[in-house]
Write a protein that binds this ligand. Structure first.
Ligand SMILES: NC(=O)c1ccc[n+]([C@@H]2O[C@H](COP(=O)([O-])OP(=O)(O)OC[C@H]3O[C@@H](n4cnc5c(N)ncnc54)[C@H](O)[C@@H]3O)[C@@H](O)[C@H]2O)c1
Length: 268
C-alpha cells in the first residue's frame, strides 16, 4: 500500500478476474481511482481499496461500446491518466482447424480492442498533457506455444502497436509500454493444464521450464504494470518487458539430461 498513483484515474480492461483483476486492485492500493471495463458485471470480493474500484460494462471489440465507456468515465471521474489494455482471449487450434470466425474474434479482442481503447483515450491524455498506456502482450509475441499461431499473431501485433504509440504520442507526453507475461496461473490457461489427467505432473514440468523454478502469479504482473503506470518509469517508453521467470532466456535441453547434469554438479 502506498500513494504512487494518488489523484490519478486508471482504466483496466478485462479487470473482472485473473491478471486484470490483480492489476486493478494493485493500482487502487496505490490510491488510483480504477475503472474496470469488462463484458459482465462481476463485482470483486472486498479488498482494502475496494472503494476506489468502479465497474462499467465494456466490450473492447465494439467501437460504440468503447466510445460510450470512455465518455462515461470522463463524465464521472473527469480525467484518464492510465490505460491498461489487458482484456484478451486465447484459442488453441492448428491452422487448418482455425476458422475465419476464430481468427477474427482473436484479432478483435486482442488487437482491435487495444487500438480502439487508445483511439478514444488518447485525446483526453493529450488534453491533460500526459498519460501512460500499458498493454498486456505476451512472451508469445516473440516465442510460440504449439497451436497458438493466431494468438501469437495478435500479441506480436500488440507489440507493434506499442512501438507505434510510443513514437507517435511521445511528443504529447504520453508513454506506451507492454508487459509480456509468461505462464501465469489464471482461467485463461487452466484448460490447457487440464488437458492432461495428471495435473500435478504437468505443474511440475511447467515449473521446470522456468529458471526460477515456478510459474508466475497475477500479482507479479500487476507489480510491473504499477511501475510502468507510475512516474518511477518516466523515461521508459516503447518497451516490451517480459515477466516470465526467465523462461524465454533458457535454451531447452532434454529434461532428463538437465536433471543428470544437475545431479553430477551436486556430487562434484
Ligand atoms: N495467463 C497467462 O499465462 C497469460 C500469459 C501471457 C499473456 N496473458 C494475457 O494477459 C491478459 C489477461 O489474461 P488472463 O489470464 O487474466 O485471462 P482471463 O481469461 O482470466 O481474463 C480475461 C478477462 O478479459 C475479459 N474479456 C474478454 N473479452 C473481452 C471483451 N471483448 N471486452 C472486455 N473484456 C473482455 C474477460 O471477461 C475476463 O475478465 C490477456 O491479454 C492474455 O492474453 C496471459
Amino acid at each position: 500500500m502506498g500513494n504512487r498513483l494518488s489523484g490519478k484515474s486508471a482504466i483496466v480492461t478485462g479487470g473482472n478476474r485473473g491478471i486484470g483483476r490483480a492489476i486493478a486492485e494493485r493500482l487502487a492500493d496505490e490510491e488510483a481511482t480504477v475503472i474496470v471495463g469488462d463484458l459482465f458485471d462481476e463485482r470483486p470480493a472486498p479488498v482494502s481499496s475496494v472503494e476506489r474500484l468502479a465497474f462499467m460494462p465494456l466490450d473492447v471489440t465494439k467501437e460504440a461500446s468503447v466510445r460510450t465507456f470512455v465518455d462515461a468515465v470522463l463524465q464521472k471521474f473527469g480525467r484518464i491518466d492510465v490505460l491498461v489494455n489487458n482484456a484478451g482471449i486465447v484459442i488453441h487450434k492448428s491452422i487448418d482447424e482455425q476458422t475465419i470466425e476464430d481468427w477474427d474474434r482473436l484479432m478483435a479482442v486482442n488487437l482491435r480492442g487495444p487500438f480502439l481503447m487508445a483511439k478514444y483515450v488518447v485525446p483526453e491524455m493529450r488534453r491533460i498533457g500526459s498519460g501512460t498506456i500499458v498493454n498486456i502482450g505476451s512472451v508469445e509475441g516473440y516465442m510460440v506455444n504449439p497451436w497458438h499461431t493466431a494468438y501469437a499473431a495478435t500479441k506480436a501485433g500488440v507489440h507493434g502497436l506499442t512501438l507505434g504509440l510510443a513514437v507517435d504520442l511521445g511528443p504529447d507526453g504520453v508513454r506506451c509500454n507492454t508487459v509480456c507475461p509468461g505462464w501465469i496461473e489464471t482461467d485463461l490457461n487452466r484448460a490447457y493444464v487440464e488437458l492432461h489427467p495428471d495435473r500435478s505432473l504437468v505443474e511440475r514440468e511447467l515449473a521446470q521450464l522456468h529458471p526460477l523454478g515456478r510459474i508466475g502469479s497475477p500479482k507479479e504482473i500487476a507489480n510491473t504494470v504499477l511501475w510502468l503506470a507510475s512516474d518511477e518509469s518516466n523515461f521508459v517508453s516503447g518497451e516490451m518487458i517480459a515477466v516470465d521467470g526467465a523462461r524465454t532466456k533458457k535454451i531447452s535441453l532434454p529434461s532428463i539430461l538437465d536433471e543428470e547434469y544437475r545431479a553430477k554438479l551436486k556430487k562434484a
